[in-house]
Design a protein around this ligand. Structure first.
Ligand code: SF4
Length: 348
């Protein structure tokens, strides 16, 4: 896996692109005017490891809230602005760290120039956030969805470069995973700005995480992508957990525990799935990058999970606790969870 090196960009305290780690982003789901609720959700996101947080800024009151919110949180904040250039200007005045604009719905060059000029003066990056759902209708016939998204992004890039502005990040999101992959592959050949990856409107947690893992995972494996967001129809903290699972799977980031868990089969003589769920819940409290295995059979368990730091292989009425594949003790079934968590505590 060779990572494509892009132009590094600072978003508040976080560097993206260049050789910086791939950053995890999410978006609040509160009404931004509700300052208290928004601060609380941002803090939860920060606890889950979210590094850049976007807020919907649909009106001037939301933009004004940014200055108060910023005082209570530490993450860089991005204002998500659609349709009205004055809201982008207000968000920048309020001290936001970045702006996301959808070029499909601010089509007035004069208004866009005002935003770019203000961003340049304040050194605030702009994400050109192309979305398949809001492409202009006046496109060249015969172009694929990916080509239309790339053309719109390139048009915006040229517009900003003509104004001598290069604090640019790009995203090209669609629900269609193949179109999204193609669009990012094309833009990666044509521009060196950092890319923010995501599958838009990906869905409920299970299906959305799968779609996102396929789309984002393929691109990351090809070395494309500098920040990611897994869009899920649920609490945004789950987006962050899913994003880290994608990055951990590709060995691009390490964060928190990883649970290795067998699917169970006819060999298992215990409720291994229930135990795995209990262990998963316990691991939510742990920050260290430990690998824990819960296996349903004493014959294959330690061998199949020998890369785990610690694990349990459950047998009939008793199980083996192992470390790096070596059995360290045998425990009775009623002590499976307790014995495993005690062993984890010794490591962390
Ligand atoms: S570890 Fe044992 S119980 Fe689990 S899937 Fe493998 S063989 Fe089946």
């Amino acid at each position: 896996m060779i990572r494509r090196i892009t132009m590094p960009l600072r978003i508040g305290k976080v560097t993206i692109g260049g050789t910086a780690p791939i950053a995890v982003q999410s978006m609040t789901k509160t009404n931004t005017r509700d300052v208290r609720a928004t601060i609380n959700q941002i803090r939860s996101l920060e606890e889950h490891g979210c590094e850049i947080i976007r807020l919907a800024v649909p009106d001037e009151q939301s933009a004004d809230s940014i200055s108060t919110i910023k005082k209570s949180v530490s993450s860089p904040l991005i204002a998500d602005v659609h349709f009205d250039y004055r809201i982008a200007l207000a968000a920048m005045n309020a001290g936001v760290d970045g702006i996301r604009l959808n070029p499909g719905n601010i089509r007035d060059d004069e208004q866009m120039a005002q935003i770019v000029t203000a961003a340049k003066e304040s050194e605030i990056p702009i994400r050109i956030g192309v979305n398949a759902g809001s492409l202009p209708s006046d496109f060249e016939p015969g172009l694929s969805l990916a080509e239309r998204m790339v053309d719109l992004a390139m048009e915006q890039i040229r517009f900003m470069e003509d104004l001598d502005f290069n604090l640019i990040k790009i995203s090209l999101k669609a629900f269609d995973v193949l179109a999204t992959i193609q669009a990012y592959q094309m833009i990666a050949d044509r521009a060196s700005y950092p890319l923010h990856l995501g599958i838009t409107e990906a869905g409920l947690p299970r299906d959305g995480a799968i779609r996102s893992a396929v789309g984002i995972g393929v691109l990351l494996y090809q070395g494309i992508g500098d920040t990611i967001r897994v869009s899920l129809s649920t609490n945004p903290c789950e987006e962050v957990s899913a994003a880290y699972e994608i990055l951990k799977s590709l060995k691009l980031r390490q964060r928190g525990p990883t649970l290795v868990c067998c699917p169970s089969c006819g060999r298992s003589e215990t409720d291994v799935l229930k135990l795995a769920q209990e262990v998963d819940k316990y691991l939510k409290k742990i920050r260290e990058p430990i690998k824990v295995a819960v296996m349903g059979c004493i014959v294959n368990g330690p061998g199949e999970a020998k890369e785990a730091d610690v694990g349990i292989a459950c047998g009939k009425g008793k199980g083996a606790i192992f470390r790096k594949g070596k059995v360290v003790k045998t425990v009775s079934e009623e002590n499976f969870l307790l014995a495993l968590t005690k062993e984890i505590e010794k490591i962390v």
